[in-house]
Design a protein around this ligand. Structure first.
Ligand code: DGL
Length: 277
């Protein structure tokens, strides 16, 4: 039962593109009474191959746009932007609560496999920064962490090729060399450390088998969002309908087509507002 607060302001959710809709979906399921404003910086996707300086600059611009809508909490629903920009954004936007996806994802993985050997699948930038490794080791000193950049999986998810021969082959190309290494049999956990990868859970599951846990950040992030709102008494009453605004910096048609898959509902181009940052 959601209670204690009537803050009508929306939650702002930001991603480099449509992938963060996997996080939005979980937030909406957990907090159906909350207004949500989602911004996908589709004009500049992917962030995962860009330098930290560019990602930080893009994130600042996107977030400045959302802040103009008087949001009560910001979710950086992009692993790359969380890895690069979470700490500066939290400093710059205080007292606005800013929640990233890396720490909640790490928590979910550690809870699933305490003392485990984790393999993080993420973008180049997230892997380069070792963001998940740091987060996991801060929670579980006995954990072992390997991180693997899988850029092509972003493109696969964007194309909607999430099952079938091509998806199986590309997942295998990435994972086979890791599984061929000496201590691979000890990998007990795979972390989907990129917003797009939950869509590829089936081929990844098929490849690694049932013994390995597969976790992502979406539902633990939604739980952290709920807790943050509850602690600050910022929850909205559930009694009246909540709105969902979808904004993008480019390509409403593509956003609707691909985003519909991520969100699990049918979207039309006119559902998306194009904005300039
Ligand atoms: N949203 C990004 C992430 O979670 C994936 C797409 C991109 O590279 O921009 O890391």
């Amino acid at each position: 039962m959601i209670s204690s607060g009537h803050d009508e302001r929306a939650i702002g959710i930001f991603d480099s593109g449509v992938g963060g809709l996997t996080v939005l979906r979980e937030i909406r399921a957990r907090l159906p009474g909350e207004h949500l404003i989602y911004l996908g910086d589709t004009a500049r996707l992917p962030y995962g191959t860009k330098s930290p300086a560019s990602v930080l600059q893009y994130a600042r611009q996107a977030v400045s746009h959302l802040v103009l809508s008087d949001i009560k909490l910001l979710v950086v629903a992009c692993n790359t932007a969380s890895a690069v920009a979470l700490a500066p954004l939290q400093d710059e936007l205080a007292p606005l609560p800013v929640i990233g996806v890396v720490h909640p994802g790490a928590r979910a993985a550690v809870a699933a496999r305490p003392g485990g050997h984790h393999l993080v699948l993420a973008t180049e930038a997230t892997v380069r920064l070792g963001a998940y490794g740091k987060a996991i080791r801060s929670l579980d000193a006995s954990a072992q962490v390997d991180e693997l950049s899988c850029e092509l999986l972003v493109a696969l998810a964007e194309e909607g090729w999430t099952t079938g021969g091509v998806a199986d082959a590309i997942v295998g190309e990435y994972l086979q060399p890791v599984l061929d290494t000496d201590d691979s049999d000890k990998i007990s956990s795979i972390i989907l450390g990129c917003t797009h990868f939950p869509l590829l859970r089936t081929p990844i599951r098929n490849f690694v088998g049932d013994a390995v846990s597969i976790t992502d950040s979406a539902s633990t992030t939604a739980a952290v969002v709920e807790q943050a709102l509850r602690n600050r008494k910022l929850l909205r009453s559930e009694s009246s309908a909540a709105f969902l605004q979808l904004r993008a910096t480019d390509g409403a048609r593509r956003f609707a087509r691909v985003g519909g898959t991520f969100l699990g509902t049918d979207l039309q181009p006119h559902d998306i507002d194009l904005v300039d940052l």
